[in-house]
Design a protein around this ligand. Structure first.
Ligand SMILES: Nc1ncnc2c1ncn2[C@@H]1O[C@H](COP(=O)(O)OP(=O)(O)OP(=O)(O)O)[C@@H](O)[C@H]1O
Length: 292
């Protein structure tokens, strides 16, 4: 076999192009097989939406990628390092390069928001002095769109939307390159959900993040996702932009995106685009006030 014909091992591929590579993943719980030979590559700098019916294994996939779930078989690499083979302390260098917002925020109820944000900082950088820890936490709280005084509040004192932002602040604590969001807009009202989407997009653009985003929210998929991965039949059955997914003709994809809610989200996105186009053409028509 010529060298060019050799299969390229995941580890030899550019991990800077694909910070997450999942190959042949199998996850079983007793008799139940959740994933069977599942593969997925996440591109650097994209927001990848992950969708699928309830129980198709979206959260188990995320847990396998971040090393909280040891798969029955297969390999997961993050930034070129195998997560599946690594002992917990071996993966420490790579673990500080990602942040996770779990469903419901998963905040410690006995700690203030600021103290919650300090937890990963203390874990990975125990040498940081307390005043600096407080300053970093305050900055992350504000970066997540919360008022500065939210740092001193306890989770029970926050609304659902504020809790999500507090969870996001903690996910951003270590200046991650990869952000995992598990149903970030679930339970938010439509205005709060749209604001959270916008924040995710802005953070992705300003901080250069790659985002793995599990969602059931069609508006989120249309508004901010660069590509969408669809879980069905124990595998990722398709990955691409929404028009590309629709071309596959997969029955679940058809039903999901072309059902009543899918059509409403599509129409809303088309309206947004028309509004943006008309406001940018109006601003181009305006006479310049500067020097003649
Ligand atoms: N630790 C576990 N032990 C046993 N079964 C599990 C475990 N974790 C997940 N499962 C099972 O794996 C399947 C997939 O679960 P998962 O939470 O990943 O689904 P999901 O796609 O995220 O669903 P949803 O959209 O409803 O959140 C479910 O049937 C669940 O019961």
């Amino acid at each position: 076999m010529a060298a060019d014909d050799l299969p390229i091992a995941a580890s030899e591929r550019h991990s800077d192009e694909f910070p997450i590579i999942v190959e042949g993943l199998v996850n079983r719980f007793g008799e139940q097989t959740v994933h069977d030979d599942l593969s997925l590559e996440v591109r650097q700098g994209e927001i990848l939406g992950v969708v699928g019916g309830s129980g198709t294994g979206k959260s188990v996939l995320m847990r396998s990628i971040i090393g909280l779930q040891r798969p029955s078989a297969g390999n997961v690499e993050v930034f070129g390092q195998s997560i599946t083979d690594a002992e917990p302390d071996e993966a420490i260098g790579v673990r500080c390069r990602w942040g996770v917002l779990f469903q419901g925020g998963a905040l410690f109820s006995t700690l203030t928001v600021g103290e919650n944000v300090q937890v990963p900082l203390k874990q990975f950088y125990p040498e940081i002095r307390p005043e600096l820890l407080k300053d970093i936490a305050r900055y992350k709280v504000m970066l997540s769109g919360l008022p500065e005084d939210a740092a001193n509040k306890y989770p029970a004192e926050l609304s659902g939307g504020m809790k999500k932002r507090a969870g996001l602040a903690r996910a951003l604590a270590l200046d991650p390159e990869l952000l995992f969001l598990d149903e970030p807009t679930a339970g938010l009202d439509p205005i709060g959900a749209a604001r959270f989407d916008q924040l995710t997009r802005e953070l992705k653009e300003t901080l250069g993040l790659t985002v793995f985003l599990i969602t059931h929210d069609l508006d989120t998929l249309y508004e901010i996702c660069d590509r969408v991965a669809v879980l069905a039949d124990k595998q990722v059955v398709a990955v691409g932009t929404i028009p590309e997914l629709l071309e596959t003709g997969h029955p679940w994809i058809e039903e999901y995106f072309n059902g009543p809610r899918g059509r409403a989200a599509q129409a809303s996105q088309a309206r947004d685009e028309r509004r943006k186009a008309s406001s940018s053409s109006r601003s181009m028509d305006k006479p310049h006030k500067g020097k003649a």
